[in-house]
Every structure is written in C-alpha cells, then in structure tokens.
Design a protein around this ligand. Structure first.
Ligand SMILES: [Zn+2]
Ligand SMILES: [Zn+2]
Length: 104
C-alpha cells in the first residue's frame, strides 16, 4: 500500500506563492505560479499549481484547499475554513469597528 500522507519538505519563505511540489530526485521546486493553497493537517500547508493539484487529489489526503488569494502565505494570515480563503479576521473586524465609531 502506498502512503496516503504527502512527504513534506522544509518550510518555504513567507509570501512565496509558487508551486512547492518537488518529487524525489528533482533538483528544485516546480516553481509554476500557484493556483491552489492546500492545508495538509491543520498545521502545514503548501502552494500548488493546477497540474500538481490534480496529482495531489489522486495521490494524497489533505484537510482543505482553496484558490490562492491576496492573503495566502502572508505572515500572520489565518486559514479561514468557512470562508475558503486566508485572511486577517481580527484586523478586518477592528477596521469595521473604527469605521463605525468615527461616523457621527
Ligand atoms: Zn507544480
Ligand atoms: Zn490560503
């Protein structure tokens, strides 16, 4: 039986949104512009291109995924499962509150 859990590489730089797929024997990462953000196990996530997302779906289990958005891979961004994106929910809430309180 093949292992359903993806082999993980070392952490990549924050803000890097190129595909992090690297097969055994490959010298470097795929490097194509990422189209999917994949959460593996509520701790580790990675960026994938369309081609490797297809491979991931055939080959490995994952927790969640969403199309790459503006806040994906940014330092401090949170994975918002119910919104199918990454973001900064507290800052948005604070901005909404200060907007509401500065209106007279
Ligand atoms: Zn790729
Ligand atoms: Zn994301």
């Amino acid at each position: 039986m093949t292992d359903p859990f993806v082999p993980k590489g070392p952490p990549r730089a924050p803000g890097d949104r190129t595909c992090g797929h690297k097969a055994k024997g490959d010298a470097d990462y795929c490097g194509q512009p990422g189209t999917w953000h994949v959460m593996w196990d509520a701790v580790d996530n990675s960026v994938s291109c369309d081609k490797h997302m297809t491979l991931i779906r055939q080959r490995w289990v994952y927790d969640d995924r969403h199309p790459i958005g503006a806040d994906c891979t940014m330092p401090g961004a949170l994975w918002l499962y119910h919104e199918h994106r990454c973001g900064f929910p507290d800052e948005q809430r604070q901005a909404a509150i200060s907007l509401a309180t500065t209106r007279s």
